[in-house]
Design a binder for this molecule. Structure first.
Ligand code: NAI
Length: 360
């Protein structure tokens, strides 16, 4: 693990194996400098354990950066459950996963990610209090996807402002890849503001619904990212903006909800060199974790959460402006800002609450 490119001085990485339920999982804690490490739990069928570990390492570092830029009193962590998990074993595996989270005594807080939903968090919550994204949260809580989509839409509007010189997105053409929790809510947000949509998903029913409800145009899953549109919004899995895609993109901007969109570090430079605006993924997809944090710290009135999510708009403008002023790729600027925020820690009330929670 220490030799992995994705290893970045992670504080703790736990391999979980529960023979009784068959659970195999990895919990990666990247940093607790700003508070307990928070980040979702992904259930995915990886081709190898190394790929699962690599994903946990990359995603947990991304969470440290995301939480720091969103000014949350949280560090970064992420967990992966190695699939497939049969429906008969799911409940027992989730309970065993809850026990593993609980054993970390508050250093890691879990929530939803790809393949894991609110009912799963409810099961995990029977074994540990270090979980968020639950139904009975009162106020904003439960499924974080609508808040993520709201933030992504605000990021897209900021990108439109700086790339096309306009404050609205009416008639801009946006290609959305993936119509799940985030993408499905994003198309609703974009359509409500008059954007024209091009969509793709491996699930034809989701494509059909978007076409029916929002007059979206379907595209092939193989080349939606190369569509002749103004903005592409990756909202499925990561590493989709490869060097080849970056060289062939016809859109003038990339702004979506998927984590870790850039396949390799030099892709950001490639986009910059081509004059394509890239809204760093963890900057604009922080809406969900903002809600998860508010729920966890019991500060989750819907108005407050929406107001915090809305700050993503100005934060995106700030990153784009700094990148322009320094003639550097936006991901380089955002990474630097996040590292500075981690170094400076956090003195908010949430930090105090987090410290108290960790001591209990
Ligand atoms: P989801 O599992 O609900 O939706 C993913 C969608 O992508 C599904 O409809 C799936 O069929 C589709 N898909 C998979 N492969 C595809 C392909 N090759 N081409 C087109 N569509 C494809 O997941 P969710 O929650 O919407 O997350 C999407 C991305 O956003 C992930 O990268 C996740 O890590 C990230 N994210 C999600 C947050 C949330 O609040 N749910 C928060 C921040 C990031």
């Amino acid at each position: 693990m220490f030799e992995f490119d994705s290893f970045d001085s992670h504080e703790k990485v736990v391999h979980v194996c529960d023979v009784k339920s068959g659970l195999r999982a990895i919990i990666a804690i990247h940093s607790t400098a700003r508070g307990p490490a928070a980040g979702g739990c992904r259930l995915w069928s990886y081709e190898s354990t190394s790929l699962a570990l690599n994903d946990a390492l990359r995603l947990s570092r991304g969470m440290s950066y995301k939480n720091a830029l969103a000014d949350l009193a949280l560090g970064g962590g992420k967990s992966v459950i190695l699939g497939p998990v049969s429906p008969e074993c799911r409940k027992e595996q989730l309970k065993a996963f809850g026990d593993a989270v609980n054993a970390l005594a508050g250093r890691y807080i879990t929530a939803e990610d790809v393949g894991v939903g609110v009912p799963d968090m409810e099961i995990i919550s029977t074994r540990t209090p270090f979980v968020s994204g639950l139904t009975d949260a009162g106020g904003a809580g439960g499924n974080p996807s609508p808040y993520t989509a709201r933030g992504v839409r605000l990021g897209i509007e900021a990108v439109a402002q700086r790339t096309f010189g306009r404050g609205d997105i009416a008639n801009l053409k946006v290609a959305v890849q993936g119509l799940g929790g985030v993408g499905g809510n994003l198309v609703r947000e974009l359509a409500a503001r008059g954007a024209r949509l091009v969509v793709a998903d491996i699930d034809p029913a989701r494509v059909e619904r978007a076409c029916d409800e929002y007059s979206a145009e379907p595209a092939s899953i193989d080349d939606i990212l190369l569509s002749d549109v103004d903005i592409v919004a990756p909202c499925a899995l990561g590493a989709v903006i490869t060097e080849s895609v970056a060289r062939q993109l016809r859109a003038r901007a990339v702004a979506g909800g998927a984590n870790n969109q850039l396949a390799t570090p030099n892709v950001g430079q490639l986009l910059h060199d081509r004059g394509i605006t890239y809204a760093p993924d963890y900057l604009i997809n922080a809406g969900g974790i903002i809600m998860v944090a508010a729920e966890y710290f019991a500060e989750n009135s819907a108005e407050r959460v929406n107001a915090d999510v809305d700050k993503i708009h100005n934060r995106t403008l700030d990153v784009l402006d700094r990148a322009k002023a320094e003639n550097l790729p936006t991901d380089v600027i955002a990474d630097r800002m996040a590292r500075d925020a981690i170094a400076n820690r956090c003195s908010s009330t949430q930090a105090v609450a987090a410290e108290t929670a960790a001591q209990v």
